[in-house]
Design a protein around this ligand. Structure first.
Ligand SMILES: *Cc1c(COP(=O)(O)O)cnc(C)c1O
Length: 489
């Protein structure tokens, strides 16, 4: 299925009995005597025995077979690799932070950082309280909807089990609603990408628990009638949930709290300096207005006089409970804290302005080159959608073909086939930190690919041509993945 080009030997094939790195410092320690005999292996594991250089080259080569933000432009809309400054990483890795034990005395310095992070997140979202404990965007959503359910139950309003979700929503939104035992009611968007107000009016009822949406939406446009949406849902007795996975378009500009939202989750691992992807550590901090405050997941950091301490069940008897060991991913929260302190108030505004400027610049250049924007009447937020439905009709090329061909030109692909309601779409987010020259290089590649569509579409349908692995069978890769190496018999 796959065709390896210029095949390098696998590390196992380089193995020679007894070969090792002689200059390791400190030298490896044999701790096996401390493991009870019955738990020890009878024979050593079949690890490759290789020299230090062979090991270094093996892992370096593997790392270079992938695209990363440190090596390539990575315009993956919605789930972007946004800015991951190295400075934030170094501060979060200070030995005083790393050396803490969560069962030790309440660490005042660390808690002070977390307290201030809670306050900064409150300020930028217009919410009243924040909990940092969820460990992913999806877990933040779970916390949010669990709080909404707890709120209705506490008021003995037991019939509210429906969550309204616009068609444009991220897939995790309806999944979260279902996980929390709610039913999902989907409503359409109008041709400009806004929530269809008539459909919303028809959807709300005494069964409405909440609406989940994001603004700007995953269509890359700002919901113009957001205050009307808020009024309709609130008048029907429901609450408003804001999916704040990607906040870079609005930082310092507008606040979900001011738009009328009651609860928000934020992906600190997208917008605030930790890379998203690969299922790595995340933080899906949740913010709430006054109505939901009693239900926040614990622990949160509180302050008695000058002393910081964990707030627990005793302080918040109606809490939905604990979602993670201790307080979520401390390292991710610390990176977000350092990043926000480095940005300051002015820096936040700059993030939003450059995120929107870069996206709009790229959209205009691609439109001028003949690409079709899905919402041409709208200005882009931090991301925008190109639809290739015309090209699909004319040249039989697909969005996936273009995504794969971009790899040959040295660019990570944009998000493909999401949101689902735009056919053959590429969701493109350049992010706030790309230089104009790099945006131009990406446009030039897209223009070159456009020429290939007309002249040599086979180049696209068989792409990528220059990667270690060619076009994969997605279904087989998902259902019959086999990455285990076995020695030749
Ligand atoms: C990434 C994302 C999520 C989910 O976040 P995870 O950390 O991957 O669980 C939810 N909503 C939107 C809009 C996102 O972009």
């Amino acid at each position: 299925m796959t065709e390896l080009q210029a095949r390098e030997p696998l590390i196992f094939e380089l193995s020679k009995p007894g070969r090792q790195a002689g200059t390791q410092f400190p030298p490896p320690v044999d701790g096996s005597a401390q493991i009870p005999a019955h738990l020890r292996r009878a024979t050593p594991p079949a690890l490759p025995e290789v020299s230090e250089l062979q090991t270094v080259r093996h892992f370096t080569r593997l790392s270079q077979m992938n695209f990363s933000i440190d090596t390539h432009f990575y315009p993956l809309g919605s789930c972007t690799m946004k800015y991951n400054p190295k400075a934030c990483n170094s501060f979060a890795m200070l030995p005083e932070f790393l050396g803490r034990h969560p069962l030790g005395p309440e660490p005042q310095g660390f808690l002070a950082c977390m307290y201030e992070l809670q306050e900064m997140l409150q300020e930028i979202t217009g919410m009243q309280s924040v909990s940092l404990t969820p460990m992913a965007g999806a877990q933040g959503e779970f916390a949010g909807v669990a709080m909404i359910r707890a709120y209705h139950r506490a008021r003995n309003d037991l019939g509210r089990t429906e969550i309204i979700v616009p068609q444009a929503a991220h897939g995790t939104n309806p999944a979260t609603a279902a996980m929390c035992g709610c039913t999902v009611k989907e409503i359409p968007c109008d041709v400009d990408g806004n929530v269809d107000i008539d459909a919303l009016k028809a959807a709300v009822s005494p069964a409405t628990a909440a609406i989940m949406l994001t603004n700007p939406s995953t269509l890359g446009v700002f919901e113009r009638k957001i205050t009307e949406v808020a009024r309709i849902v609130h008048e029907a007795g429901g609450l408003l949930y804001y999916d704040g996975a990607n906040l870079n378009a609005i930082l310092g500009k507008v606040r979900p709290g001011d738009m009328g939202f009651d609860v928000i989750h934020m992906n600190l691992h997208k917008t605030f300096s930790t890379p998203h992807g690969g299922g790595g550590p995340g933080s899906g901090a949740v913010g709430v207005g006054a109505r939901l405050r009693p239900f926040l997941p614990i622990p949160i950091v509180g302050k008695d006089g000058a002393r910081y301490r964990w707030l627990t069940e005793r302080d918040l008897p109606q809490t939905i409970g604990r979602l993670s060991g201790f307080m979520g991913n401390a390292g991710v929260n610390l990176r977000a804290y350092v990043y926000m302190r480095l940005l300051g108030r002015d820096g936040m505004v700059r993030v939003a302005e450059f995120a929107a400027l870069n996206a709009n610049y790229l959209m205009k250049r691609l439109q001028a080159a003949g690409f079709e924007a899905a919402y041409p009447s709208r200005r882009a937020s931090h991301e925008f959608i190109i639809t290739l439905k015309r090209e699909n009709r004319m040249y039989q090329v697909t969005a996936m073909d273009v995504a794969k061909r971009l790899l040959d030109y040295g660019f990570h692909a944009p998000t493909t086939y999401f949101p689902l309601l735009v056919p053959e779409c590429l969701l493109i987010e350049p992010t706030e930190t790309e230089a104009k020259e790099d945006l131009d290089r990406f446009c030039d590649a897209m223009i070159a690919i456009r020429r290939e569509m007309e002249q040599d579409p086979e180049k696209l349908s068989s792409a990528p041509h220059t990667m270690p692995v060619r076009r994969l069978d997605d279904v087989r890769a998902a259902k019959q993945l086999d990455l285990a190496w076995k020695p030749a018999a």
